[in-house]
Design a protein around this ligand. Structure first.
Ligand code: G4P
Length: 529
């Protein structure tokens, strides 16, 4: 296959949601519609159940299982759809942020009763930052929820994006009759059915048609007429360019568990979503159509079996064609590597592949050479940008409980943080290790894995930091003064960048005021500038 054909064929995206909004269900239904799986229930393993929060090994096991479903590819409407899975559990939010660097668009799932929830806002922030095109799916319309107009207002306000409804619900909960496809001018009638795909679609070219009253009843028909008229007054017609520029998010309504509204979503997705996009590197913009291969690692998954410490590095292909058993430049290490068993992930199957194209995600077996953000090329010394670390939310000091095993501890924490399990900051001056995560769970995971895989014993003691900011300045004297004044709050990250650890947002604000010559970055991205 020619590169250009392969690129045009691919659609790589992620599904994001606040836990319980229906991400797993929607993923599964898309696979079902795409013919990648035959029965419902196949993706359920993927989900980290809330009840399992206290049992992190269970969670790790489930994460292990989820490797197989980390990327789910299927063919639909002449396209190869690659869905990149994002962990639902909030403690793994950083995994999700990083996965978002490897997608070209996202589908955001909202629960119609809960509207925009905390995790939804955070995830959207990352999408906005990266200008990722978003389609919104308002789920659970078979339940009572917020009124559709209220929801759209809430989406615009809280997510800071314009919305454009492409379907419109007729009623909701027990009164839910279906959705009207505004652009196709078709009515899709709802039948609660968890196993069968509803195909009850009626074309209504004119909403004034009395057929509508006969089908959904007079009152709901009138309501729909009024609402559709209002929509055309309030929202601009759909503009694909605006969607691709992440200015507007098209909105669909449906019920994932009932297979309802998925077809419209998938058909529109295939039509409007972007093909694989280029990525910015420290040297230049890299376009997918370039002949030479390049790609970056956005996720590393450890093997849970302590006897096999190999890991799988997930590589997103940016340009050219990746080929098995070919030497590629590992830019950070300045060394060449070839891969005998690169794998692709087709729904639940993992298969060794010979080649892969832009937009594809492949798994590379790794014995510790990769860390997140690493770039592979055909020789050019460029590094991809856009795989930043965000500030952790919980900070703990790592204490060694077995002085005889300090080497193992050092190695273990270094490798685990390469995998992105947590971030490591070394307090300055000195060598105190501050570990930062977005969830409590990671500390248990680290403690367990350090012991199990590296034979090291550790303890964590809480630190009262609130936020990590990366600091840079052109004024070396001011930096030195700042460092000398803020002892206890100064650290270096793993790459040797200066970091300020603030106890409160107020203290950070004060520091920003007092030291105008220093820039406080909210993500580590700056270092790639
Ligand atoms: P998540 O991955 O975003 O965390 O959510 P998930 O798909 O697991 O869905 C969360 C719950 O919401 C599940 O119920 C699921 O069945 C339900 N759900 C998903 N879509 C719909 C929908 O359209 N309508 C209704 N009414 N419910 C929906 P659960 O009880 O947690 O799990 P299960 O036992 O049903 O699997």
């Amino acid at each position: 296959m020619k590169n250009s054909e392969a690129i045009e064929k691919r659609r790589t995206f992620g599904i994001i949601a606040h836990p319980d909004a229906g991400k797993t269900t929607l993923t599964e239904k898309l696979l079902l519609f795409g013919g990648a799986i035959q029965t419902a229930g196949a993706v359920k393993n993927n989900k980290i159940k809330k009840s399992a929060t206290s049992d992190f090994m269970e969670i790790e096991k489930q994460r292990g299982i989820s490797v197989a479903t980390s990327v789910m590819a299927f063919e639909y409407g002449g396209k190869q759809v690659n869905i990149l899975d994002t962990p639902g559990h909030k403690d793994f939010a950083e995994d999700t942020y990083r996965t978002l660097t490897a997608v070209d668009s996202v589908i955001l799932v909202i629960d119609c009763a809960n509207g925009v929830e905390s995790q939804t806002e955070k995830l959207m922030e990352v999408c906005r930052m990266r200008k990722t095109p978003v389609i919104i799916f308002v789920n659970k319309m078979d339940r009572e929820g917020k009124d559709a107009f209220t929801l759209l207002d809430e989406l615009e306000e809280k997510l800071d994006i314009k919305v454009c409804p492409l379907t419109w619900p007729i009623g909701m909960g027990d009164r839910f009759k279906g959705v009207y496809n505004i652009y196709e001018k078709q009515l899709n009638l709802f039948q609660a059915n968890k196993t069968k795909i509803s195909k009850d679609i009626v074309s209504i070219s004119d909403l004034k048609d009395s057929q509508l009253d006969e089908i959904v009843g007079e009152a709901p028909a009138n309501e729909l007429r009024e609402e559709v008229e209002m929509i055309s007054g309030v929202y601009d017609p759909f503009n694909r360019e605006h969607y691709l520029d992440a200015i507007v998010a098209p909105v669909f309504f449906g019920s994932a568990v009932n297979n309802f509204g998925i077809q419209e979503l998938l058909d529109t997705f295939i039509e409007i979503s972007p093909s694989p996009q280029g990525r910015e590197s420290d040297l230049r913009m890299v376009e997918p159509s370039e002949n030479k291969f390049s790609g970056f690692v956005f996720k590393i998954h450890a093997n849970l079996d302590p006897k096999h410490r190999d890991r799988i590095a997930f590589l997103r292909i940016v340009s050219g064609k990746f080929e098995r058993n070919t030497f590629y430049e590992h830019v950070r290490l300045g060394k060449k590597f070839k891969f005998a068993n690169p794998t692709s992930f087709m729904a639940q199957d993992k298969t060794v592949i010979d080649d892969a194209f832009p937009g594809d995600v492949i798994g590379l077996y790794d014995t510790g050479n990769f860390k997140i953000g690493d770039t592979l090329t055909e020789g050019e010394k460029l590094m991809f940008k856009g795989i930043p670390s965000f500030s952790p939310e919980i900070f703990m000091e790592l204490e060694n409980l077995d002085p005889m095993k300090s080497k193992q501890l050092e190695k273990g924490i270094s490798q685990l943080t390469d995998e992105g399990v947590a971030q490591l900051f070394i307090q300055q001056p000195g060598n105190r290790k501050i570990v930062g995560t977005v969830g409590q769970l990671q500390f248990e995971v680290i403690q367990y894995r350090l012991h199990n895989e590296y034979g090291a014993q550790c303890r964590f003691s809480p630190k009262n930091y609130h936020l990590a900011t990366w600091i840079t300045t052109a004024d070396e004297a001011q930096l030195q003064k700042f460092i000398a004044t803020k002892t206890g709050n100064i650290a270096k990250d793993k790459d040797g960048n200066w970091v300020f650890l603030a106890e409160t947002p107020f203290l950070l604000q004060m520091a920003e005021q007092d030291y105008p010559g220093i820039t406080f970055h909210r993500t580590s991205e700056f270092k790639l500038d």
